[in-house]
Design a protein around this ligand. Structure first.
Ligand code: ADP
Ligand code: MG
Length: 492
């Protein structure tokens, strides 16, 4: 990293803190959004949480432009910049937003979405903004995508290069595979499928490949898209009736990268399109790189033929981080901060305490450095503990599905085994639904994952359970109190 870049990134952090939170008194904790009372402050904190949980790409694509419209009584209304965004965000992220908001303010019961009127026209018809993870248009045109005039250039994050990727045991295989694709003049394995948990470096590796290819072969067309973006573009193309040019566009790629393919579950037409594109590119000998949060065989929302196609190249897992890897990543990052010296003790403390994923680890370090820059005092172990107290507390409090199942079963006096049994008698089905509901609220598990943990049930069953419990809580106050009590018990 150049000196200019280092200074810039610290400055960015400071700026971030200054605009997003009030400057606190020296010695108190710096928490983004803290100090801002009322609904705007709550929303800032919920947004930060969403960014952490879903990652920057998803956040920037869908959640960044959501804002609070009103909060009246127990009803929170959020506004989305377009109908499309609203229809996308409400069913996917609505529950989580509600759960996070209730941590701020338990009196909120409903979260609804509206479309902000002024932006309706413009958002529905323009595609001028560059995607954070996809195509950039040379000249904005209304609606239609014309492959002839469209300039393809993935907008890549300059930080996500191989040079900035720290290699350790948990990721060495995935890294070697990615390197190989980036360095090769031909197609070493097709597709390369990289999978692993949230925030473990999948996107980093994919963008690393894209950067390397751009350096080595500037003439090659690299298309990098998140699966969400892929679907978004596909649905748009359908709506504006230019599906042919969308197809041509994809098939003109020398290298096609699809990030977070698990989001493509259940969307039949999109999967179909992806399948055909996939086959066409493989037939032409063009490279495909795909990432997902689980192995191809476990992508249960995918059609069998797609799963087997995805698994037929090289499948590389990025494993959960080890202490050594976390420390290595922190050391590499800490070197990037020009002015502030981060003591080894602090780095070791972070590597011990924050084990979930690298994104949170980076976030914690950023916060510490920003804080010490702001208050003008060196970083110490004590100040680190103070500044991060909320994060560390949240970490200690993280509940598991098993714990939720056990507590809920206890509470309703049924056996834990009933949580995954096939029995549908109400006396076991209702507690099971409550446990699913609480799992959705208190963990970041996806609906299919929850279904699997509850006796291999379908994600639609989980969705139904959540709705049902939600309705019952409103209709029956005693039941609502039970659920609320359980939630508090699990959270404390
Ligand atoms: P994923 O796509 O798996 O959810 P990302 O690639 O977005 O995760 O990584 C999350 C953050 O952690 C990014 O800022 C990335 O640069 C960083 N990161 C992850 N693994 C490493 C690593 N091995 N070395 C350096 N940074 C890493
Ligand atoms: Mg990612």
């Amino acid at each position: 990293m150049s000196a200019a870049r280092k200074v810039f990134s610290v400055w960015q952090l400071v700026h971030h803190l200054l605009v997003k939170s009030v400057v606190e008194r020296p010695g108190t904790a710096a928490v983004v959004g803290q100090g801002i009372p009322g609904k705007q402050g709550s929303w800032l904190r919920v947004r930060d949480r969403l960014r952490l949980e879903y990652g920057a790409t998803t956040f920037d694509n869908w959640l960044k432009n959501i804002d609070v419209a009103s909060l009246v009584g127990d009803a929170l209304v959020l506004k989305a910049p377009s109908r499309f965004t609203r229809d996308w965000v409400a069913p996917r992220y609505g529950d989580r937003i509600r759960a996070l908001w209730r941590l701020e303010d338990p009196s909120v019961n409903t979260v609804d979405f509206i479309v902000s009127e002024s932006k309706l026209e413009q958002a529905e018809h323009s595609e001028q903004q560059p995607d954070s993870s996809g195509f950039v248009r040379a000249a904005p045109a209304r609606g239609a995508v014309s492959s002839a005039t469209e300039e393809l250039a993935p907008l890549l994050d300059p930080k996500l290069t191989f040079g900035n990727f720290v290699v350790g045991k948990p990721n060495e295989f995935a890294h070697a595979a990615a390197r190989r694709v980036g360095e090769s003049d031909d197609v070493p394995f097709n597709p390369l499928f990289i999978y692993g948990g949230v925030g473990l470096g999948k996107t980093h590796l994919m963008q690393g490949i894209a950067w390397r290819l751009r350096q080595k072969h500037p003439g090659r067309r690299v298309i990098y898209l998140s699966a969400e973006k892929f679907m978004y573009r596909f649905i748009r193309a359908l709506r504006f009736k230019n599906i042919m040019s969308f197809k041509e566009l994809l098939r003109s790629a020398d290298v096609l990268m699809i990030d977070d393919v698990q989001f493509m579950d259940g969307k039949d037409a999109t999967q179909e399109e992806f399948f055909h594109t996939f086959n066409a590119l493989v037939d032409q000998g063009h490279q495909i790189v795909v990432s997902g949060d689980r192995s191809p065989a476990d992508l249960e929302g995918m059609e069998e033929r797609m799963r087997s196609r995805l698994g037929c190249g090289l499948v590389a897992e990025v494993h959960a981080t080890s202490y050594e890897l976390r420390l290595g990543i922190l050391q590499a990052k800490a070197e990037g901060y020009a002015g502030s010296k981060v003591p080894d003790k602090v780095l070791e403390f972070l590597a011990h305490k924050i084990t979930s994923n690298v994104r949170e680890l980076e976030g914690a370090l950023n916060r510490l450095v920003a804080h010490s820059t702001l208050v003008g005092r060196p970083l110490t172990l004590d100040s680190a503990q103070e500044v991060l107290h909320d994060l560390l507390r949240a970490h200690n409090r993280r509940v598991t599905i098993e714990e939720i199942q056990r507590r809920v079963a206890d509470y309703f006096n049924i056996r834990v085994a009933e949580m995954s049994s096939a029995r549908r008698a109400q006396m076991v089905a209702r507690p099971r639904q409550v446990a699913m509901f609480l799992t959705k609220q208190l963990t970041s598990r996806s609906l299919p994952e929850i279904g699997r943990k509850f006796g291999n049930r379908d994600h639609t069953t989980v969705m139904h359970a959540i709705k049902k419990v939600d309705q019952l809580c409103k209709a029956d106050s005693a039941f609502g109190e039970d659920v609320e009590l359980l939630r508090r018990m699990l959270e404390s």
